[in-house]
Design a protein around this ligand. Structure first.
Ligand SMILES: NC(=O)c1ccc[n+]([C@@H]2O[C@H](COP(=O)([O-])OP(=O)(O)OC[C@H]3O[C@@H](n4cnc5c(N)ncnc54)[C@H](OP(=O)(O)O)[C@@H]3O)[C@@H](O)[C@H]2O)c1
Length: 333
């Protein structure tokens, strides 16, 4: 089968379009013929080796060569020796820990959800990792209560655009979306955000305060880092919770935790692979995402659909902040 693999960490040129052996399903795993494979910003961090550095303390299990890819849609073509044979022929969406950039992938049965035979596979392939991260932040890292206000950074991206929709469907009182371009801000508003701000303007925290009658927001979903990270605390409400899920611009300056005391604020982090220890929560999240998508209440926006062989181009577009919504690969080419 064809796959995109890298044998050393580095820039986009380490990605190789290669012929590799089809994986074999073990235990109750499923073998899936992939029809659409979703790309994540995380795949870029993995390719760069950021997760493999000791100072990051996460993802040090990455061994080379590696096939990235955290989510896919496809048809079940075989199951492992202990697998459920009735699943063969079913169309499924899967949340993976690797391997999605390929024509076939093996997946854990408990990370797989059946979708209708006529479902839009490209749209579903853009949902599992981004949607799960967004859902977990609002249902596990904190519990978003109806009426509360939320600031969602990078709201024109994969996780951010899912978070806007999930927060709204959970009854958020006010969703403030940040993004660096007019097009992405318009997209976030079209998904249900109440206010969209430009966080490339240094005064953006004043815009958040203005939208919340000077109180600040109850919840911040923070993925940017850099100079944005520090500014969050100018517009986080008393009792507010800041959830860190990424650092697209690097980690920013060290933070003094005692400053959280004076306004009884909370800061927490989230890293999806750690939730392997909570399979029932992942199952609940997958079911929520699929049910809401089938019902038409949740939609992953795919603005770039490229052949698998052009994965490096997909990474470039994400790295250069050119993508509105998400990128999906077509494994046939
Ligand atoms: N903790 C976890 O388990 C977990 C899981 C999934 C994703 N993540 C992280 O969540 C973040 C978002 O992931 P995603 O898949 O939604 O990514 P994405 O689709 O690429 O969206 C990220 C957004 O970040 C903004 N951004 C700001 N500065 C950027 C920069 N220097 N380079 C690239 N983008 C920049 C861009 O919006 P503007 O152009 O509007 O600024 C972009 O739309 C990433 O940091 C990713 O690593 C973490």
């Amino acid at each position: 089968m064809k796959a995109i693999q890298f044998s050393q960490f580095g820039g986009r040129d380490v990605l190789e379009y290669v012929e590799v052996a089809k994986p074999l399903p073990q235990a109750d795993d499923l073998l899936i013929e992939v029809t659409a494979s979703g790309v994540n910003f995380v795949d870029i961090r993995e390719r760069m080796g950021v997760y493999a550095r000791p100072e990051t303390h996460v993802g040090q299990d990455k061994v080379l060569p590696r096939i990235s890819g955290l989510q896919a849609v496809g048809n079940v073509v075989a199951v492992g020796p202990a697998g459920d044979r009735s699943l063969v022929g079913k169309r499924v969406v899967v949340l993976l820990s690797s391997g999605g950039y390929a024509q076939f992938v093996t997946a854990r049965a408990d990370r797989t959800v059946c979708i209708p035979q006529d479902a839009d596979d490209v749209m579903f392939a853009a949902m599992p990792t981004q949607g799960m991260t967004a859902w977990l932040m609002l249902n596990s890292s904190t519990q978003l209560h109806p009426g509360e206000s939320v600031l969602i950074h990078g709201a024109g991206g994969g996780v951010g655009s899912m978070a806007v929709q999930i927060a709204k469907s959970m009854g958020a009182g006010l969703v403030v979306a940040s993004a660096g371009s007019e097009e992405k801000r318009a997209f976030a508003l079209s998904l249900g955000a109440d206010v969209a701000i430009d966080y490339d303007l240094p005064t953006w925290p004043s815009d958040v305060l203005a939208a919340t009658a000077g109180n600040g927001v109850d919840v911040i979903l923070e993925s940017i880092g850099g100079e944005i990270f520090e500014k969050n605390f100018q517009c986080l409400a008393t009792f507010g919770r800041c959830i860190i899920f990424g650092s697209t611009r690097g980690p920013g300056k060290p933070f003094e935790p005692r400053r959280l005391m004076s306004r009884s604020q909370t800061m927490t982090g989230i890293y999806l692979p750690v939730f392997d220890a909570k399979p029932e929560l992942i199952r609940e999240g997958m079911k929520y995402l699929v049910d809401q998508t089938v019902a038409g209440n949740l939609r992953a926006q795919v603005s770039v659909h490229l052949p698998l062989s052009k994965t490096a181009e997909a990474h470039r577009l994400l790295e250069e902040r050119r993508v509105v919504g998400a990128v999906v690969l077509d494994p046939r080419y």
